[in-house]
Design a protein around this ligand. Structure first.
Ligand code: PEP
Length: 251
């Protein structure tokens, strides 16, 4: 089985002003031919920067993504942004069901599935995020929780072109804590197995499964070497070009 080409995606969360184009420029400058031959890069800035970053990224091959989208294409939904709008602004990816959206905005699996389907309808690749809480891990429920989230959050007929899965243990996000390589291997293998049911035998091996949660240059090589880890979703460290590039360089 040929391993999918890895993707390292940065989630800037609610960080970044126009001046942050400097960081994007540093990332583009450091995305050397050697790195390009090994790994795809994407940055998901706040929605206010998606359009300008997409313009700045033309020709650089650093893809731009949104952090969330509405399920509908347009309409009376004040404050919302549709997947079609992100695509029109030049995005090619969008996160769906990040744990912060699940936690602070009450997004349930069905909402995440609707958003991911909207992303795919608009021609974007949905990065569907799943992961257990600390209490769920301690109760030995990790695999069941992740499988249930996948079944509920991944749209029917997803393909390796329009779906990426990100495994992000909630307790590892922004905490400096990471699961062991063995724990990551166990969950990623279970995700691959579940994908076989959800997207079919032919496609499942090509869907990229990212690990996310406190990835930094110093732990990236160990995490990225784990079976079925096809890249990283990076929060805090993606705000610093050298750190983001250091993680990408772990491949
Ligand atoms: C994230 O928010 O997706 C994330 C992984 O954050 P951090 O890298 O800061 O833990």
């Amino acid at each position: 089985v040929d391993r999918p080409r890895p993707l390292v995606a940065g989630n800037w969360k609610m960080n970044g002003l126009r001046a942050s184009a400097k960081v994007l420029g540093e990332i583009q400058a450091g995305y050397t031919a050697a790195l390009k031959s090994k790994v795809d890069l994407a940055i998901c800035p706040p929605a206010t920067l998606v359009g300008s970053f997409a313009v700045l990224s033309v020709g650089s091959r650093v893809a731009i993504g949104g952090q969330d989208c509405h399920a509908k294409e347009s309409g009376a939904y004040t404050g919302e942004i549709s997947a079609e709008m992100l695509a029109d602004a030049g995005a090619t990816y969008v996160l769906a069901g990040h744990s912060e959206r699940r936690q602070y905005n009450g997004e349930k699996d069905a909402d995440v599935a609707a958003k991911a389907a909207a992303a795919q309808r608009a021609g974007l690749t949905a990065i569907v995020c799943v992961g257990e809480t600390k209490a769920e891990r301690e109760a030995g429920r990790t695999l069941n929780v992740v499988r249930k989230q996948l079944r509920g959050s991944i749209p029917a007929d997803s393909t390796s072109q329009n779906l990426v899965v990100a495994y992000e243990p909630v307790w590892a996000i922004g905490t400096g804590l990471t699961p062991t390589a063995a724990d990551v291997a166990e969950v990623h293998a279970a995700i691959r197995e579940e994908l076989r049911r959800l997207v079919g035998k032919a496609e499942q091996s090509r869907v990229r499964i990212l690990y996310g949660g406190s990835v930094k240059p110093s732990n990236a090589a160990e995490l990225m070497a784990v079976d079925n880890v096809d890249g990283a979703l990076v929060g805090g460290a993606s705000l610093i070009a050298a750190d983001f590039l250091g993680i990408a360089g772990a491949y």
